[in-house]
Write a protein of this length. Structure first.
Length: 579
Protein backbone atom coordinates (compact mmCIF):
# COMPACT_ATOMS: atom_id res chain seq x y z
CA UNK A 1 0.00 0.00 0.00
CA UNK A 2 2.89 2.38 0.85
CA UNK A 3 4.31 1.91 -2.66
CA UNK A 4 1.02 3.06 -4.14
CA UNK A 5 0.97 6.08 -1.84
CA UNK A 6 4.48 7.07 -2.87
CA UNK A 7 3.65 6.69 -6.57
CA UNK A 8 0.56 8.85 -6.19
CA UNK A 9 2.53 11.57 -4.39
CA UNK A 10 5.19 11.48 -7.09
CA UNK A 11 2.63 11.97 -9.85
CA UNK A 12 0.29 14.47 -8.18
CA UNK A 13 1.43 17.95 -7.20
CA UNK A 14 -0.28 19.10 -3.99
CA UNK A 15 -1.00 22.55 -5.43
CA UNK A 16 -2.70 20.97 -8.45
CA UNK A 17 -4.84 18.66 -6.29
CA UNK A 18 -5.86 21.31 -3.76
CA UNK A 19 -6.28 23.87 -6.53
CA UNK A 20 -9.02 21.72 -8.05
CA UNK A 21 -11.03 22.22 -4.83
CA UNK A 22 -10.11 25.72 -3.65
CA UNK A 23 -8.71 28.93 -5.15
CA UNK A 24 -4.96 29.26 -4.50
CA UNK A 25 -2.81 32.39 -4.44
CA UNK A 26 0.95 32.45 -4.95
CA UNK A 27 2.90 33.17 -1.73
CA UNK A 28 6.60 33.21 -2.57
CA UNK A 29 7.58 29.65 -3.45
CA UNK A 30 4.42 28.34 -1.81
CA UNK A 31 0.67 28.96 -2.04
CA UNK A 32 -2.01 30.28 0.28
CA UNK A 33 -5.82 30.18 0.29
CA UNK A 34 -8.88 30.76 2.41
CA UNK A 35 -9.24 27.65 4.52
CA UNK A 36 -12.01 25.31 3.30
CA UNK A 37 -12.36 23.83 6.78
CA UNK A 38 -13.51 26.97 8.60
CA UNK A 39 -14.93 30.36 7.66
CA UNK A 40 -12.39 33.18 7.36
CA UNK A 41 -12.01 36.49 5.55
CA UNK A 42 -8.27 36.44 4.81
CA UNK A 43 -6.09 33.45 3.78
CA UNK A 44 -4.45 31.52 6.61
CA UNK A 45 -4.21 28.18 4.78
CA UNK A 46 -0.69 27.58 3.40
CA UNK A 47 0.55 24.90 0.99
CA UNK A 48 4.20 23.87 0.56
CA UNK A 49 4.83 22.33 -2.85
CA UNK A 50 8.33 21.16 -1.86
CA UNK A 51 7.10 19.33 1.23
CA UNK A 52 3.76 18.28 -0.22
CA UNK A 53 1.93 19.46 2.90
CA UNK A 54 -0.56 22.11 3.99
CA UNK A 55 -1.30 23.85 7.27
CA UNK A 56 -4.01 26.27 8.42
CA UNK A 57 -3.02 28.82 11.03
CA UNK A 58 -6.68 29.58 11.68
CA UNK A 59 -7.97 26.15 12.71
CA UNK A 60 -4.85 23.95 12.85
CA UNK A 61 -5.85 21.58 10.04
CA UNK A 62 -2.80 20.03 8.37
CA UNK A 63 -1.70 17.10 6.25
CA UNK A 64 -1.02 15.99 2.69
CA UNK A 65 -3.16 15.30 -0.38
CA UNK A 66 -4.66 12.20 1.26
CA UNK A 67 -5.79 13.92 4.46
CA UNK A 68 -7.14 16.85 2.45
CA UNK A 69 -9.28 14.64 0.22
CA UNK A 70 -10.44 12.63 3.26
CA UNK A 71 -11.62 15.78 5.02
CA UNK A 72 -13.00 17.65 2.01
CA UNK A 73 -14.76 14.69 0.40
CA UNK A 74 -15.85 13.08 3.67
CA UNK A 75 -14.02 9.84 2.83
CA UNK A 76 -11.96 7.40 4.86
CA UNK A 77 -8.33 6.74 3.87
CA UNK A 78 -9.24 3.88 1.51
CA UNK A 79 -11.74 6.10 -0.29
CA UNK A 80 -9.22 8.93 -0.64
CA UNK A 81 -6.55 6.48 -1.80
CA UNK A 82 -8.79 5.09 -4.52
CA UNK A 83 -9.91 8.53 -5.70
CA UNK A 84 -6.34 9.86 -5.94
CA UNK A 85 -5.07 6.62 -7.50
CA UNK A 86 -7.61 6.98 -10.31
CA UNK A 87 -6.59 10.61 -10.76
CA UNK A 88 -2.89 9.71 -10.87
CA UNK A 89 -3.38 6.62 -13.02
CA UNK A 90 -1.79 4.41 -10.37
CA UNK A 91 -2.70 0.75 -10.02
CA UNK A 92 -3.36 -0.14 -6.38
CA UNK A 93 -1.46 -3.31 -5.52
CA UNK A 94 -3.71 -4.11 -2.57
CA UNK A 95 -6.88 -3.93 -4.66
CA UNK A 96 -8.04 -7.10 -6.34
CA UNK A 97 -8.23 -6.21 -10.04
CA UNK A 98 -10.94 -8.76 -10.74
CA UNK A 99 -13.07 -7.39 -7.91
CA UNK A 100 -12.56 -3.81 -9.08
CA UNK A 101 -13.47 -4.65 -12.64
CA UNK A 102 -16.55 -6.49 -11.39
CA UNK A 103 -17.66 -3.44 -9.39
CA UNK A 104 -17.12 -1.24 -12.43
CA UNK A 105 -19.37 -3.57 -14.39
CA UNK A 106 -22.04 -3.45 -11.67
CA UNK A 107 -21.97 0.35 -11.84
CA UNK A 108 -22.50 0.10 -15.60
CA UNK A 109 -25.57 -2.08 -15.00
CA UNK A 110 -26.98 0.46 -12.55
CA UNK A 111 -26.32 3.27 -15.01
CA UNK A 112 -28.21 1.39 -17.75
CA UNK A 113 -31.12 0.89 -15.34
CA UNK A 114 -31.06 4.58 -14.37
CA UNK A 115 -31.29 5.65 -18.01
CA UNK A 116 -34.22 3.28 -18.44
CA UNK A 117 -36.05 4.75 -15.43
CA UNK A 118 -35.39 8.32 -16.56
CA UNK A 119 -36.78 7.65 -20.04
CA UNK A 120 -39.86 5.98 -18.56
CA UNK A 121 -40.59 9.07 -16.48
CA UNK A 122 -40.43 11.23 -19.59
CA UNK A 123 -42.97 8.92 -21.19
CA UNK A 124 -45.19 8.67 -18.11
CA UNK A 125 -46.78 12.11 -17.85
CA UNK A 126 -48.92 11.18 -14.83
CA UNK A 127 -45.86 10.34 -12.72
CA UNK A 128 -44.05 13.47 -13.90
CA UNK A 129 -47.10 15.60 -13.13
CA UNK A 130 -47.28 14.10 -9.65
CA UNK A 131 -43.71 15.21 -8.92
CA UNK A 132 -44.39 18.68 -10.28
CA UNK A 133 -47.53 18.93 -8.13
CA UNK A 134 -45.47 17.98 -5.08
CA UNK A 135 -43.38 21.09 -5.74
CA UNK A 136 -40.37 19.78 -7.65
CA UNK A 137 -39.21 21.68 -10.72
CA UNK A 138 -38.28 19.98 -13.96
CA UNK A 139 -34.71 21.12 -13.36
CA UNK A 140 -34.61 19.26 -10.04
CA UNK A 141 -36.18 16.15 -11.58
CA UNK A 142 -33.51 16.13 -14.29
CA UNK A 143 -30.60 17.01 -11.99
CA UNK A 144 -31.38 14.20 -9.56
CA UNK A 145 -32.20 11.78 -12.39
CA UNK A 146 -35.62 10.77 -11.08
CA UNK A 147 -37.38 8.01 -12.97
CA UNK A 148 -40.34 5.67 -13.19
CA UNK A 149 -40.80 1.94 -13.68
CA UNK A 150 -44.08 0.47 -14.97
CA UNK A 151 -46.14 -1.94 -12.92
CA UNK A 152 -44.96 -5.07 -14.75
CA UNK A 153 -43.22 -8.15 -13.41
CA UNK A 154 -40.34 -8.18 -15.91
CA UNK A 155 -40.28 -4.86 -17.77
CA UNK A 156 -36.89 -3.84 -16.35
CA UNK A 157 -35.22 -7.26 -16.61
CA UNK A 158 -36.40 -7.66 -20.19
CA UNK A 159 -34.86 -4.30 -21.06
CA UNK A 160 -31.60 -5.11 -19.27
CA UNK A 161 -31.30 -8.43 -21.11
CA UNK A 162 -31.61 -6.52 -24.37
CA UNK A 163 -28.56 -4.52 -23.20
CA UNK A 164 -26.55 -7.71 -22.61
CA UNK A 165 -26.93 -7.64 -18.81
CA UNK A 166 -26.90 -11.12 -17.30
CA UNK A 167 -29.46 -12.39 -14.78
CA UNK A 168 -26.68 -12.85 -12.22
CA UNK A 169 -25.68 -9.18 -12.59
CA UNK A 170 -29.28 -8.01 -12.15
CA UNK A 171 -29.59 -10.02 -8.94
CA UNK A 172 -26.22 -8.84 -7.65
CA UNK A 173 -27.12 -5.13 -7.92
CA UNK A 174 -30.50 -5.71 -6.29
CA UNK A 175 -32.80 -5.14 -9.29
CA UNK A 176 -34.35 -8.61 -9.52
CA UNK A 177 -35.13 -11.62 -7.34
CA UNK A 178 -35.69 -15.29 -7.89
CA UNK A 179 -39.34 -16.15 -7.35
CA UNK A 180 -40.31 -18.56 -4.60
CA UNK A 181 -43.27 -19.54 -6.77
CA UNK A 182 -42.98 -21.08 -10.22
CA UNK A 183 -43.47 -18.06 -12.47
CA UNK A 184 -42.25 -18.43 -16.03
CA UNK A 185 -38.47 -17.95 -15.88
CA UNK A 186 -38.46 -17.81 -12.05
CA UNK A 187 -37.12 -14.24 -11.81
CA UNK A 188 -39.00 -10.95 -11.32
CA UNK A 189 -38.26 -7.24 -10.93
CA UNK A 190 -38.05 -5.80 -7.43
CA UNK A 191 -39.21 -2.31 -8.46
CA UNK A 192 -42.64 -2.20 -10.10
CA UNK A 193 -45.11 0.65 -10.48
CA UNK A 194 -42.87 3.13 -8.66
CA UNK A 195 -41.26 6.54 -9.00
CA UNK A 196 -37.53 5.89 -8.76
CA UNK A 197 -34.95 7.91 -6.83
CA UNK A 198 -31.36 6.90 -7.66
CA UNK A 199 -29.04 6.75 -4.65
CA UNK A 200 -25.48 7.97 -5.24
CA UNK A 201 -22.09 7.31 -3.65
CA UNK A 202 -19.81 10.14 -2.49
CA UNK A 203 -18.55 10.59 -6.04
CA UNK A 204 -22.07 10.92 -7.50
CA UNK A 205 -22.24 7.44 -9.06
CA UNK A 206 -25.49 5.45 -8.85
CA UNK A 207 -25.18 2.57 -6.37
CA UNK A 208 -28.83 1.78 -5.53
CA UNK A 209 -32.44 2.94 -5.85
CA UNK A 210 -35.37 3.92 -3.69
CA UNK A 211 -38.84 3.55 -5.16
CA UNK A 212 -42.05 5.30 -4.05
CA UNK A 213 -45.25 3.50 -4.93
CA UNK A 214 -47.23 5.24 -7.70
CA UNK A 215 -49.39 2.63 -9.39
CA UNK A 216 -51.87 0.44 -7.53
CA UNK A 217 -49.82 -2.50 -6.24
CA UNK A 218 -51.63 -4.69 -3.64
CA UNK A 219 -49.88 -4.99 -0.25
CA UNK A 220 -46.86 -3.04 -1.49
CA UNK A 221 -44.91 -0.82 0.94
CA UNK A 222 -45.01 2.92 0.24
CA UNK A 223 -41.21 3.07 -0.12
CA UNK A 224 -38.88 0.29 -1.18
CA UNK A 225 -35.08 0.47 -1.16
CA UNK A 226 -32.51 -1.69 -2.90
CA UNK A 227 -31.13 -4.52 -0.79
CA UNK A 228 -27.50 -4.31 0.30
CA UNK A 229 -25.06 -5.12 -2.49
CA UNK A 230 -21.29 -5.00 -3.03
CA UNK A 231 -21.78 -1.30 -3.87
CA UNK A 232 -24.55 -0.32 -1.46
CA UNK A 233 -24.14 -0.49 2.33
CA UNK A 234 -27.20 1.05 3.97
CA UNK A 235 -25.48 1.89 7.27
CA UNK A 236 -22.91 4.04 5.43
CA UNK A 237 -25.05 5.68 2.73
CA UNK A 238 -26.86 9.00 3.07
CA UNK A 239 -29.08 10.26 0.27
CA UNK A 240 -27.78 13.53 -1.13
CA UNK A 241 -24.42 13.38 0.66
CA UNK A 242 -22.47 13.68 -2.60
CA UNK A 243 -24.09 17.07 -3.31
CA UNK A 244 -24.34 18.30 0.28
CA UNK A 245 -20.79 17.72 1.53
CA UNK A 246 -19.27 20.98 0.29
CA UNK A 247 -22.15 23.05 1.66
CA UNK A 248 -22.05 21.24 5.01
CA UNK A 249 -18.40 22.14 5.33
CA UNK A 250 -19.02 25.74 4.29
CA UNK A 251 -22.07 26.34 6.51
CA UNK A 252 -20.68 24.21 9.34
CA UNK A 253 -23.88 22.30 10.02
CA UNK A 254 -25.99 19.50 8.54
CA UNK A 255 -29.75 19.40 8.13
CA UNK A 256 -30.98 15.81 8.43
CA UNK A 257 -34.40 14.87 7.00
CA UNK A 258 -36.18 11.54 6.57
CA UNK A 259 -37.11 11.06 2.94
CA UNK A 260 -36.18 11.79 -0.65
CA UNK A 261 -38.90 14.37 -1.27
CA UNK A 262 -37.91 16.27 1.87
CA UNK A 263 -34.31 16.34 0.72
CA UNK A 264 -35.06 17.37 -2.87
CA UNK A 265 -37.28 20.23 -1.76
CA UNK A 266 -34.61 21.39 0.69
CA UNK A 267 -31.92 21.44 -2.00
CA UNK A 268 -34.27 23.09 -4.47
CA UNK A 269 -34.99 25.83 -1.90
CA UNK A 270 -31.27 26.49 -1.38
CA UNK A 271 -30.71 24.37 1.73
CA UNK A 272 -28.08 22.28 0.01
CA UNK A 273 -26.43 21.18 3.27
CA UNK A 274 -29.25 18.63 3.70
CA UNK A 275 -28.94 14.83 3.70
CA UNK A 276 -31.57 12.14 4.20
CA UNK A 277 -31.58 8.84 6.04
CA UNK A 278 -34.01 7.50 3.40
CA UNK A 279 -36.12 5.47 5.78
CA UNK A 280 -33.17 3.48 7.17
CA UNK A 281 -32.01 3.71 10.77
CA UNK A 282 -29.48 6.46 11.41
CA UNK A 283 -26.15 4.85 12.36
CA UNK A 284 -22.77 5.66 13.88
CA UNK A 285 -21.29 5.22 10.41
CA UNK A 286 -23.60 7.92 9.06
CA UNK A 287 -22.54 10.21 11.91
CA UNK A 288 -18.85 9.55 11.31
CA UNK A 289 -19.31 10.59 7.69
CA UNK A 290 -21.00 13.84 8.73
CA UNK A 291 -18.65 14.54 11.63
CA UNK A 292 -15.71 14.84 9.23
CA UNK A 293 -17.47 17.86 7.74
CA UNK A 294 -19.17 19.45 10.76
CA UNK A 295 -20.00 18.58 14.35
CA UNK A 296 -23.34 20.39 14.23
CA UNK A 297 -26.60 18.70 13.15
CA UNK A 298 -30.20 19.89 12.97
CA UNK A 299 -32.80 17.11 12.85
CA UNK A 300 -35.85 18.16 10.81
CA UNK A 301 -38.05 15.06 10.83
CA UNK A 302 -41.82 14.90 10.30
CA UNK A 303 -43.95 16.29 13.12
CA UNK A 304 -45.99 13.07 13.48
CA UNK A 305 -45.32 10.54 16.22
CA UNK A 306 -43.17 8.24 14.11
CA UNK A 307 -41.09 11.13 12.81
CA UNK A 308 -40.54 12.51 16.30
CA UNK A 309 -39.51 9.09 17.63
CA UNK A 310 -37.03 8.60 14.79
CA UNK A 311 -35.59 12.08 15.33
CA UNK A 312 -35.24 11.44 19.05
CA UNK A 313 -33.34 8.16 18.60
CA UNK A 314 -31.02 9.69 16.00
CA UNK A 315 -30.43 12.84 18.04
CA UNK A 316 -29.56 10.88 21.19
CA UNK A 317 -27.08 8.79 19.20
CA UNK A 318 -25.48 11.95 17.80
CA UNK A 319 -25.29 13.58 21.24
CA UNK A 320 -23.68 10.49 22.74
CA UNK A 321 -20.96 10.77 20.10
CA UNK A 322 -20.18 14.37 21.13
CA UNK A 323 -21.94 16.22 18.32
CA UNK A 324 -23.92 19.41 18.85
CA UNK A 325 -27.53 18.36 18.31
CA UNK A 326 -30.57 20.52 17.64
CA UNK A 327 -34.18 19.57 16.93
CA UNK A 328 -36.32 21.51 14.48
CA UNK A 329 -39.97 21.46 15.55
CA UNK A 330 -42.25 21.65 12.51
CA UNK A 331 -45.88 22.78 12.61
CA UNK A 332 -48.20 19.92 13.54
CA UNK A 333 -49.09 17.63 10.65
CA UNK A 334 -46.37 18.89 8.31
CA UNK A 335 -43.13 17.57 6.87
CA UNK A 336 -40.22 19.57 5.38
CA UNK A 337 -41.32 19.02 1.76
CA UNK A 338 -44.89 20.25 2.32
CA UNK A 339 -43.74 23.16 4.47
CA UNK A 340 -41.22 24.37 1.89
CA UNK A 341 -43.83 24.14 -0.85
CA UNK A 342 -46.71 25.78 1.02
CA UNK A 343 -45.03 28.08 3.51
CA UNK A 344 -41.28 28.53 2.90
CA UNK A 345 -41.03 31.34 5.47
CA UNK A 346 -42.37 28.97 8.15
CA UNK A 347 -39.73 26.41 7.19
CA UNK A 348 -36.97 29.01 7.55
CA UNK A 349 -38.40 30.10 10.89
CA UNK A 350 -38.51 26.50 12.13
CA UNK A 351 -34.85 26.03 11.26
CA UNK A 352 -33.92 29.35 12.83
CA UNK A 353 -35.69 28.35 16.06
CA UNK A 354 -34.18 24.85 16.22
CA UNK A 355 -33.33 24.04 19.84
CA UNK A 356 -30.54 22.11 21.46
CA UNK A 357 -31.80 18.66 22.43
CA UNK A 358 -31.67 19.52 26.14
CA UNK A 359 -33.48 22.84 25.69
CA UNK A 360 -36.08 21.08 23.56
CA UNK A 361 -37.00 18.55 26.25
CA UNK A 362 -36.77 21.07 29.05
CA UNK A 363 -39.23 23.33 27.20
CA UNK A 364 -41.59 20.38 26.69
CA UNK A 365 -41.60 19.61 30.41
CA UNK A 366 -42.09 23.22 31.42
CA UNK A 367 -45.18 23.43 29.21
CA UNK A 368 -46.73 20.55 31.18
CA UNK A 369 -46.84 22.82 34.29
CA UNK A 370 -46.16 19.96 36.71
CA UNK A 371 -45.98 20.52 40.45
CA UNK A 372 -42.40 20.90 41.74
CA UNK A 373 -41.79 17.32 42.93
CA UNK A 374 -43.21 15.72 39.78
CA UNK A 375 -41.24 18.17 37.64
CA UNK A 376 -38.00 17.26 39.45
CA UNK A 377 -38.61 13.55 38.80
CA UNK A 378 -39.31 14.18 35.11
CA UNK A 379 -36.18 16.34 34.81
CA UNK A 380 -34.11 13.58 36.41
CA UNK A 381 -35.57 10.96 34.06
CA UNK A 382 -35.91 12.84 30.76
CA UNK A 383 -33.31 15.64 30.76
CA UNK A 384 -30.35 14.83 33.00
CA UNK A 385 -29.28 11.73 31.01
CA UNK A 386 -28.62 14.08 28.07
CA UNK A 387 -26.68 16.48 30.29
CA UNK A 388 -24.46 13.59 31.41
CA UNK A 389 -23.64 12.84 27.76
CA UNK A 390 -22.03 16.25 27.25
CA UNK A 391 -18.26 16.00 27.08
CA UNK A 392 -17.57 19.55 28.23
CA UNK A 393 -18.05 20.43 31.89
CA UNK A 394 -18.58 24.02 30.78
CA UNK A 395 -21.52 22.94 28.62
CA UNK A 396 -22.86 20.87 31.50
CA UNK A 397 -22.59 23.86 33.80
CA UNK A 398 -24.49 26.01 31.30
CA UNK A 399 -27.44 23.63 31.04
CA UNK A 400 -27.51 22.81 34.75
CA UNK A 401 -27.62 26.52 35.53
CA UNK A 402 -30.52 26.91 33.07
CA UNK A 403 -32.41 23.98 34.57
CA UNK A 404 -31.95 25.40 38.07
CA UNK A 405 -33.16 28.87 37.08
CA UNK A 406 -36.24 27.59 35.27
CA UNK A 407 -37.29 24.90 37.73
CA UNK A 408 -36.10 26.20 41.11
CA UNK A 409 -34.11 23.00 41.74
CA UNK A 410 -30.75 23.71 43.44
CA UNK A 411 -27.69 23.42 41.17
CA UNK A 412 -25.76 21.25 43.63
CA UNK A 413 -28.66 18.78 43.72
CA UNK A 414 -28.70 18.59 39.93
CA UNK A 415 -24.92 18.05 39.84
CA UNK A 416 -25.28 15.25 42.39
CA UNK A 417 -27.82 13.44 40.20
CA UNK A 418 -25.75 13.97 37.05
CA UNK A 419 -22.69 12.42 38.69
CA UNK A 420 -24.75 9.36 39.62
CA UNK A 421 -25.63 8.65 36.00
CA UNK A 422 -23.46 6.13 34.10
CA UNK A 423 -20.94 7.64 31.75
CA UNK A 424 -21.35 7.31 28.03
CA UNK A 425 -18.69 5.05 26.50
CA UNK A 426 -15.63 6.97 25.40
CA UNK A 427 -16.53 10.01 27.49
CA UNK A 428 -13.78 11.88 29.35
CA UNK A 429 -14.79 14.80 31.46
CA UNK A 430 -14.51 16.30 34.93
CA UNK A 431 -17.61 15.57 36.98
CA UNK A 432 -16.91 18.23 39.62
CA UNK A 433 -19.26 21.21 39.50
CA UNK A 434 -17.67 24.67 39.44
CA UNK A 435 -17.63 26.30 42.88
CA UNK A 436 -18.16 29.79 41.47
CA UNK A 437 -19.70 31.10 38.28
CA UNK A 438 -16.45 32.52 36.84
CA UNK A 439 -16.18 32.22 33.03
CA UNK A 440 -13.47 29.75 32.03
CA UNK A 441 -12.87 28.50 28.49
CA UNK A 442 -11.27 25.26 27.40
CA UNK A 443 -7.71 26.02 26.33
CA UNK A 444 -6.04 22.77 25.25
CA UNK A 445 -6.47 23.04 21.48
CA UNK A 446 -5.82 26.78 21.30
CA UNK A 447 -2.83 26.53 23.62
CA UNK A 448 -1.23 23.76 21.54
CA UNK A 449 -1.73 25.89 18.46
CA UNK A 450 -0.13 28.98 20.05
CA UNK A 451 2.80 26.96 21.42
CA UNK A 452 3.33 25.47 17.98
CA UNK A 453 3.41 28.92 16.42
CA UNK A 454 5.84 30.28 19.01
CA UNK A 455 8.30 27.43 18.64
CA UNK A 456 7.98 27.56 14.86
CA UNK A 457 9.23 31.16 15.06
CA UNK A 458 12.01 30.17 17.50
CA UNK A 459 13.30 27.31 15.30
CA UNK A 460 12.99 29.47 12.19
CA UNK A 461 14.78 32.51 13.62
CA UNK A 462 17.54 30.37 15.14
CA UNK A 463 18.49 29.30 11.59
CA UNK A 464 18.43 32.83 10.17
CA UNK A 465 21.74 34.65 9.74
CA UNK A 466 20.05 37.95 10.61
CA UNK A 467 17.12 37.06 12.88
CA UNK A 468 14.25 39.53 13.22
CA UNK A 469 13.50 38.35 16.77
CA UNK A 470 15.68 38.26 19.91
CA UNK A 471 15.37 34.52 20.53
CA UNK A 472 17.22 34.57 23.88
CA UNK A 473 14.82 37.20 25.20
CA UNK A 474 11.80 35.33 23.82
CA UNK A 475 12.85 32.08 25.52
CA UNK A 476 13.44 33.93 28.80
CA UNK A 477 9.97 35.48 28.62
CA UNK A 478 8.33 32.10 28.08
CA UNK A 479 10.28 30.60 31.01
CA UNK A 480 9.16 33.47 33.23
CA UNK A 481 5.52 32.75 32.30
CA UNK A 482 5.46 28.94 32.47
CA UNK A 483 8.65 27.82 34.21
CA UNK A 484 11.94 26.38 32.99
CA UNK A 485 10.86 22.70 33.03
CA UNK A 486 7.66 23.39 31.11
CA UNK A 487 9.51 25.24 28.33
CA UNK A 488 12.29 22.64 28.25
CA UNK A 489 9.67 19.89 27.80
CA UNK A 490 8.03 21.87 24.99
CA UNK A 491 11.33 22.25 23.16
CA UNK A 492 11.89 18.48 23.35
CA UNK A 493 8.30 17.86 22.24
CA UNK A 494 8.56 20.09 19.17
CA UNK A 495 12.13 19.20 18.09
CA UNK A 496 11.05 16.25 15.90
CA UNK A 497 8.63 18.63 14.11
CA UNK A 498 11.20 21.39 13.61
CA UNK A 499 11.26 21.27 9.80
CA UNK A 500 7.48 21.32 9.57
CA UNK A 501 7.25 24.18 12.08
CA UNK A 502 9.87 26.20 10.21
CA UNK A 503 7.84 25.83 6.99
CA UNK A 504 4.73 27.02 8.78
CA UNK A 505 6.52 30.00 10.28
CA UNK A 506 8.10 30.95 6.94
CA UNK A 507 4.74 30.65 5.17
CA UNK A 508 2.85 32.67 7.71
CA UNK A 509 5.41 35.27 8.79
CA UNK A 510 7.81 35.35 5.84
CA UNK A 511 6.13 38.38 4.29
CA UNK A 512 5.04 39.99 7.59
CA UNK A 513 6.83 43.23 8.36
CA UNK A 514 5.39 43.53 11.88
CA UNK A 515 6.77 40.22 13.19
CA UNK A 516 7.67 41.70 16.60
CA UNK A 517 4.06 42.83 17.13
CA UNK A 518 2.78 39.38 16.07
CA UNK A 519 5.12 37.72 18.60
CA UNK A 520 3.89 40.04 21.36
CA UNK A 521 0.30 38.98 20.63
CA UNK A 522 1.29 35.31 20.74
CA UNK A 523 3.03 35.80 24.10
CA UNK A 524 -0.10 37.43 25.56
CA UNK A 525 -2.23 34.53 24.27
CA UNK A 526 0.25 32.02 25.69
CA UNK A 527 0.24 33.67 29.10
CA UNK A 528 -3.56 33.84 29.11
CA UNK A 529 -3.81 30.12 28.43
CA UNK A 530 -1.26 29.25 31.13
CA UNK A 531 -3.20 31.36 33.61
CA UNK A 532 -6.50 29.75 32.61
CA UNK A 533 -5.04 26.30 33.15
CA UNK A 534 -3.86 27.41 36.57
CA UNK A 535 -7.32 28.82 37.26
CA UNK A 536 -9.02 25.51 36.40
CA UNK A 537 -6.58 23.63 38.66
CA UNK A 538 -7.10 26.02 41.58
CA UNK A 539 -10.88 25.97 41.11
CA UNK A 540 -10.86 22.18 41.34
CA UNK A 541 -8.81 22.33 44.52
CA UNK A 542 -11.17 24.99 45.89
CA UNK A 543 -14.17 22.78 45.20
CA UNK A 544 -12.50 19.91 47.07
CA UNK A 545 -11.57 22.18 50.00
CA UNK A 546 -15.13 23.50 50.27
CA UNK A 547 -16.47 19.96 50.12
CA UNK A 548 -14.12 19.02 53.01
CA UNK A 549 -15.15 22.23 54.84
CA UNK A 550 -11.50 23.33 55.10
CA UNK A 551 -12.09 27.07 55.56
CA UNK A 552 -8.42 28.10 55.83
CA UNK A 553 -7.39 26.31 52.64
CA UNK A 554 -10.54 27.53 50.85
CA UNK A 555 -9.69 31.15 51.72
CA UNK A 556 -6.14 30.80 50.35
CA UNK A 557 -7.34 29.14 47.17
CA UNK A 558 -10.03 31.77 46.66
CA UNK A 559 -7.33 34.44 47.01
CA UNK A 560 -5.27 32.64 44.34
CA UNK A 561 -8.32 32.62 42.04
CA UNK A 562 -8.72 36.35 42.50
CA UNK A 563 -5.04 36.96 41.73
CA UNK A 564 -5.24 34.94 38.52
CA UNK A 565 -8.42 36.79 37.50
CA UNK A 566 -6.62 40.11 38.03
CA UNK A 567 -3.71 38.97 35.86
CA UNK A 568 -6.12 37.89 33.11
CA UNK A 569 -7.85 41.27 33.30
CA UNK A 570 -4.47 43.02 32.99
CA UNK A 571 -3.59 40.97 29.90
CA UNK A 572 -6.93 41.94 28.33
CA UNK A 573 -6.16 45.60 29.07
CA UNK A 574 -2.71 45.28 27.46
CA UNK A 575 -4.21 43.73 24.35
CA UNK A 576 -6.79 46.50 24.00
CA UNK A 577 -4.19 49.24 24.54
CA UNK A 578 -1.73 47.63 22.13
CA UNK A 579 1.12 47.52 24.67
Amino acid sequence: MSTSVEKIKERLDIAEVLGSYIKLEKAGSNFKAKCPFHNEKSPSFFISTSRGTYYCFGCGMKGDIFTFVEEFEGLDFKGALKLLAERAGVELEAVNTTERNENDRLREVLEIATQYFVQNLKDKSAARDYLLERGLTQETIDAWRLGYVPNEWRALSTYLRSKKVSDAEMIKVGLTKMSEKAREDGMYDIFRGRIIFPIFDTSGRVIAFSGRIFDEVPDAPKYLNSPETPLFVKSETLYGFDRAKTSIRKRDYTILVEGQMDLLMCHQAGFDNTVASSGTAFTKEHLAKLERLSKRIIFAYDSDGAGFTAANKSAVLALSLKLEVKLCELPKGSDPAELIKNDPSSWKESLKNAKHLIDFYLDKLMLDKLESRALAKEIEKKVLPYVSMLESSIEQSHFISQIAKRTGIREDAIWTDVRKLPRVQGETRNDSPPAHSVPVIETKNRKNYIERRLFGVIFWQEKEKEPQVDIIRLRATLILIAGDKYIHDLVEHFKPLAEELIFEAESYYGETAALTREISELIINFEEDVLREQFVKVMKELSEAEHQKDKERSAKLLESCQEISQKLAELSRRRLSGE
